[in-house]
Design a protein around this ligand. Structure first.
Ligand code: HSE
Length: 439
């Protein structure tokens, strides 16, 4: 493309749900601002979505129900993929890249699970595959990791990276609401995935975590090796006990680099109430990134929703537009997966990690039970930091224990031994505690 001749950038949008519709609206609503920043107009020339009613999308010359009409439209410079899922999203992105079009996608599952197939195609055709909106909604975390922190060796990052899950935990904690009731509201607000199990079981967060870790540590995308635990087993009781101990429960994605390998894990986590991260509520997301030069930095903002996510989609369009206007052959967005900084590095098994733990044990209200439990913990080299013993309910008494740091494998052995005690009812509830390298 000859930059002199560019009057406007031509965009085609595939998928007009929450994010695609939000992108269309944002490009219209902020067009003066965007034109002033970019130096030319961005025009949506083609759109496609299932059951499309063209009358609802004024000013678009091509409106279709077949998404491949956008991909094969010669007028389109940049394809926005906001379909979600894999089919037909993978083929849409693959064909668009092969047709020499830049692609902007909000599809975290696609990038995390099939990005390693798509980036080489982008590279081969000298086009860009941009995905800022795939992680943490409106927060420019990809840009921060890739550009702002490029001078650092990133040692760890941890974040609330699913808006739906955070909204649920916040509402349960603040108003004692039921899990299912809040989930329904998150769906109505357009926060949740089409299959909300992806949100509450931590899969969505694992997608996002594996993308951030790949950029931060210069390692391959490793979604399938990410340990994933959801929030559906967290009860209002756990939230209250954690609060009594000075903690909030958040669903965190944690990635840590060590001499032994890399930890990639998503699970509910107790965080001290004093931490900023513990106070990121509702649909908010936040990521703490620790670089060896800069120390800890925090990025926070809305993690889901039409406008917030569209903000990141449009930022990617503008970035690509700037590169096009500058006449760059390859946009200045290094393709994820090509920056291998450390080659093969093992992903540690969850049993190898070291953490502090919250344990909730339902025991018989009998003399000596607490002594037996602490004895078993001691036998497995686990020391106790705090204990709360609640009033007995019928014959059962909830015992809540906070441990010092322990190796998870030993903790699991201790839990198995505690569950075997005659005086203990049912399974022990275990939630990891994160202190971010300090209290
Ligand atoms: N379902 C996702 C969330 C949408 O709740 O965070 C944004 O990726």
């Amino acid at each position: 493309m000859n930059p002199e001749s560019v009057k406007s950038l031509k965009v085609g949008i595939c998928g007009l749900g929450t994010v695609g519709g939000g992108t269309f609206a944002l490009l219209q609503n902020n067009q003066d601002e965007i034109r002033a920043r970019l130096g030319c107009d961005i025009e949506v020339v083609a759109i496609a979505s299932r059951n499309l009613d063209a009358a609802n999308w004024p000013g678009v010359s091509q409106a279709a129900s077949d998404v491949f009409a956008v991909v094969n439209d010669e007028a389109v410079d940049i394809v926005v993929e906001t379909l979600g899922g894999f089919d037909p999203a993978f083929e849409v992105v693959r064909q668009a890249l092969a047709n020499g079009k830049h692609v902007v996608t909000a599809n975290k599952a696609l990038i995390a699970e099939r990005g390693s197939e798509l980036f080489p195609i982008a590279h081969k055709h000298g086009v860009c595959l941009a995905y800022e909106s795939a992680v943490a909604g409106g927060i420019p975390i990809i840009k921060a990791l890739r550009e702002g922190l490029a001078a650092n060796r990133i040692e760890w990052l941890a974040g609330i990276i699913n808006g739906t899950g955070n909204f649920i935990l916040t509402e349960m904690a603040a108003h004692g609401r039921q899990f299912d009731d809040v989930l329904q509201q998150a769906q109505a607000l357009g926060y949740a995935e089409a299959d909300p199990a992806l949100d509450v079981e931590g899969i969505d967060a694992a997608h996002k975590l594996s993308i951030m870790a790949a950029i931060a540590f210069g390692i391959p995308l490793q979604f399938h090796k990410t340990y994933t635990e959801g929030i559906s087993h967290i009860t209002p009781e756990d939230i209250d006990y954690a609060a009594e101990l000075g903690y909030r429960i958040k669903h965190l994605g944690i990635a840590k680099l060590s001499a032994q390998g890399v930890e990639l894990r998503v699970h509910p986590t107790l965080i001290s109430k004093k931490r900023l991260l513990a106070n990121v509520d509702g649909v908010g997301n936040a990521v703490v990134v620790h670089g060896n030069a800069v120390g800890s930095t925090l990025y926070s903002g809305p993690g889901a929703g039409a406008e917030a996510t569209a903000s990141a989609v449009v930022a990617d369009i503008i970035d690509i537009g700037r590169a096009m206007l500058a006449g760059l052959e390859q946009p200045l967005l290094p393709a994820l997966g090509f920056q291998s900084l450390r080659g093969e590095i093992p992903v540690l098994d969850i049993e190898e990690i070291v953490s502090e733990y919250y344990l909730k044990i339902s025991a018989q209200d009998k003399v000596g039970v607490m002594a037996k439990i602490s004895n078993l913990l001691q036998q497995h080299a686990i020391s106790i930091e705090a204990v709360i013993q609640k009033e007995a309910v019928s014959e059962s008494v909830p015992i809540v224990i906070l441990t010092h740091s322990a190796v998870e494998k030993q903790l699991n052995q201790a839990i198995a031994a505690i569950e075997n005690l005659e005086d203990v009812n049912g399974a022990v509830m275990r939630i990891r505690v994160e202190s971010f390298g300090g209290k």
